[in-house]
Design a protein. Sequence first.
Length: 104
Amino acid sequence: MEKYLEQKKFSASPCLYISKLRLWNDNSLKFCDYYHEDEEVFHQLILLSNTFLVASDVYYFRRIRKNSIMTQVKNSKHALGIEAVLDSTSYAYGISKNSLEKNF
């Protein structure tokens, strides 16, 4: 966790992390139907994991597309997505806080 926090940056882009299917199934994780849904899942994965590894190895490449959610002009759907991510992450952190304090 220290190395992760020392970076002072992270990306929740789905092409930048690999996780176990069991973690998704055991915690009923899924992508929701709004912008920035990958941010929500990323934070939940970190909070629900017993361990995780931050590596600089390249496993596959990301394709950047014109007019994708990340490259288009920001609009109200982006703001609503960020609001949902903040709500969900706050909730997940509240549930996981005791175990985080024990482990870190």
